[in-house]
Design a protein around this ligand. Sequence first.
Ligand code: NAI
Length: 275
Amino acid sequence: MGIQKKFSGKTAFVTGGSSGIGRALCLALAKNGAAVIVADKNSSGAGQVASEIIKGGGTAAAIKTDVTDPVSFRKALKASLKKFDRIDFLFNNAGIGYSSDFRDCTSRDMDMVLNVNFRGAVNGIMEIYPVMIAQGGGHIINIASMAGIIPFSINVAYTASKFALAGLTLSLMAEARDLGINMTLVCPGVIKTAFYDSIIVKKVDKKKYVSGLPSRMMGPERAAEIILRGVAGNKKMIVFPFHARILFMINKILPSLIYLLNKTLIKKFRKMSSI
Ligand code: NAI
C-alpha cells in the first residue's frame, strides 16, 4: 500500500515526538495526511513540532507525556481520543541512550533505562490495546534498535531494554493480528540525532566516545521515510541502515564474530575510561 493511502485521514500518536526520529516521523506523517499527536516529556519541543505541522496546513496537537508514568500516558491518550475520536497508529519511539562498563551500571541506572525504553512502550501498549480492539483495528510500531536484536557490550542496560521491547513486539504480534492489530518492530542502526548529545556515558568522555561511532550516519528524515514505507507495507520488522542489516546477518550466521567485536569494543572503551 502507498504511504499516502495508508496514513491519509488517520490519527497517529508519536512518543518522543519533539526530537530526532520522532520529530521526523511526526512531520512525515502529517505530510502524508495524518493527524499527529506529538507526545513528549519536553512540552515546548512537542509544541514547536505541532506548530510547524499546523503552519504547513496539517493537523496536530502537542501533549506533554512522560512515558514512564502510566497515569501521564493514560491522560495523554484520553485527551487525544477526545480530540480525534480514534488512534490508528501508536509509535512507541521515546528512548534514552546509556553506555557504561557494566561494573559502573547501578541498579538505579538499570531501572531508569528499562523504565523509558521498555516500560514506557509497555505503558502505551497496555492503554491503547483495548482501545484499538474496540475501534476495530490499529497498528503499534515499536522503535527498538539494532541493539534489540544484536548484543552490544558497553550498552548492556540499553541492549537489555531493547531486547525486551523486541521480545514483547515479536511475541505479541500474532496474538494482536488475530484481533485486527498490526505490529511492527523497528531496529535502526546509528542515526544522526540529539540522542548522542543526551546519551549517558559513564566514566568516559562523551565527545570522545561518540566520535568513535560510524561517521556516515543516516539522518532522521531518511529514517522516518524508511520506517513509514515499512509500516505502510505492514512489515513485521524493519532493520536499517545497511550496517545494521549486515550486523544482523552476521549475528545469525556467525554469532562468535559479534562476540569478538564486543570484546574489542569493551577493550577500547576501558582504555578510554578515566578510572
Ligand atoms: P532523540 O534524543 O533525538 O529523541 C528522543 C526523544 O524522546 C526526545 O524528544 C526526548 O525528550 C523523548 N523522551 C525521552 N524520555 C522520555 C520520556 N520519559 N517520556 C517522553 N518522552 C521522552 O533520540 P532519537 O535518536 O530520535 O531516538 C528515538 C528512538 O530511536 C529511541 O527509542 C532510540 O532508542 C531509538 N534509536 C535511536 C538510534 C540512533 O542512533 N539515534 C539508533 C537506534 C534506536
